[in-house]
Design a protein around this ligand. Structure first.
Ligand SMILES: Nc1ncnc2c1ncn2[C@@H]1O[C@H](COP(=O)(O)OP(=O)(O)O)[C@@H](O)[C@H]1O
Ligand SMILES: [Mg+2]
Length: 369
């Protein structure tokens, strides 16, 4: 592979091999910001092969290079490497990335005017921080709600019992209308509290094929699926079996998929997807491998007004909604040591469930080898 003009390809020298194995995307550019070299990490970032890009303008990789031109100007003025933090770059291959961009002159007597550009991705980091906060928030919220639910649960039984006794003693049967209201509302609250407390039993884990679970959910939903809604599957066949409570997982996934069906209002696409993610932060721990289950739909997106609250119980964007579906899904996923998140914009909403794969924790990496 000769990514550079020189006769010696980078992979043939020691320094070259270091470059080729560096995880940080690096590019060598000339003064006109034409590409002279990309290391493999940069090829990955831009989804291109450097060979095809030799001496092509940077615009063929990054749509708007003006922030980079600004950095280059500063670098030339200062004659030292210049770093600008958190630059948002729109990639020609699609999507945007946020990077700390470092540019420095590359002193090479044979080829003057070259510069080295280093791109340190920041969005990964921001995301990991956010994930940790999210898990902590979820845990606190869960504890608060469960405490509250327990407090409500006990007097509720007494309330209902008293209403029944009162009803039996009522001289005028017409008054039963009122005791019935008490009993009915007490039952409704009881349901709510039971939902918040979640399935009372602990997890009954067994080895489970996640694709089989997803297929089961799909069959359940398909039973009364409007003809205009299509469910597509995009499964990663390398996903191993997981240790899960199958019934609870079916419930969690069903809640998420049913929401998608409801927002599509009879017309649209839902995709069920599985992937393996590496080095995922799930609250306090980092797992080496995690399963990512995505439920994507092309519906209108989560309403802005409830975007930050959809996982809270009793938050609903639908008139006839209970607002419990996602809260239950979250409880189930958290109990499995996982995380559920949502990214949404009009036309594309993705609920992602991350679950640790067995034996994938860092602890085991360190101690078990
Ligand atoms: N795929 C989705 N697209 C848009 N909005 C969604 C989606 N899934 C959930 N929501 C929003 O989140 C709310 C809460 O969902 P959920 O907890 O299941 O309660 P419910 O379905 O009873 O309203 C929904 O009412 C809806 O407004
Ligand atoms: Mg729902």
């Amino acid at each position: 592979m000769s990514r550079m003009v020189s006769q010696v390809s980078p992979s043939e020298t020691f320094a070259g091999r270091v470059l080729e194995n560096l995880a940080t995307p690096l590019a060598v550019l000339d003064d006109a910001l034409h590409v002279h070299y990309l290391n493999p990490a940069a090829e990955d970032l831009f989804s291109v092969s450097a060979r095809r890009l030799y001496r092509r303008p940077l615009e063929s990789l990054i749509l708007d290079v003006s922030p980079l031109e600004g950095i280059r100007r500063r670098m030339r003025e200062a004659r030292t490497p210049v770093t600008r933090r958190e630059v948002r770059l729109s990639l020609a291959a699609g999507g945007t990335v946020v990077c700390d961009v470092m540019m420095g002159p590359l002193e090479d007597p044979d080829r003057p005017g070259l510069l080295l550009m280093e791109l340190a991705r920041r969005d990964h980091v921001a995301r990991a921080d956010r994930d940790v906060r999210l898990v902590e928030q979820q845990a606190i919220l869960d504890k608060l709600l469960r405490g509250l639910a327990h407090e409500v649960k006990n007097p509720l039984g007494g309330l209902r019992g008293a209403a029944q006794l009162l009803e039996a003693e009522l001289p005028n049967p017409a008054l039963r209308e009122y005791t019935q209201v008490i009993i009915r509302e007490a039952d409704r609250l009881q349901d709510l509290v039971d939902h918040i407390l979640g399935p009372r039993r602990g997890l009954r884990r067994a080895r489970v094929n996640v694709h089989e679970v997803l297929e089961h959910v799909r069959t359940l939903v398909a039973m009364d699926l409007p003809a205009g809604i299509h469910i597509e599957r995009d499964y990663d066949p390398s996903v191993p079996e997981l240790h899960l409570d199958r019934d609870q997982m079916v419930q969690a996934l069903l809640n998420v998929v049913q929401n998608a069906v409801q927002v599509l209002e009879g017309d649209g696409h839902i995709t069920l997807r599985t992937r393996i993610d590496r080095y995922v932060t799930l609250g306090p721990r980092t797992v080496r491998l995690a399963l990512r289950i995505e439920v994507e739909d092309d519906g209108p997106g989560v309403p802005d007004t409830i975007r930050d609250e959809i996982f809270f119980p009793m938050v609903s964007g639908r008139a006839e909604g209970t607002g419990l579906g996602l809260s239950i899904a979250q409880t189930v996923i958290n109990r499995h040591g996982g995380l559920i998140q949502c990214e949404s914009e009009p036309g594309r909403t993705v609920f992602s469930i991350l679950l640790p794969l067995d034996g994938g924790t860092d602890e085991e990496v360190n101690h078990g080898g």
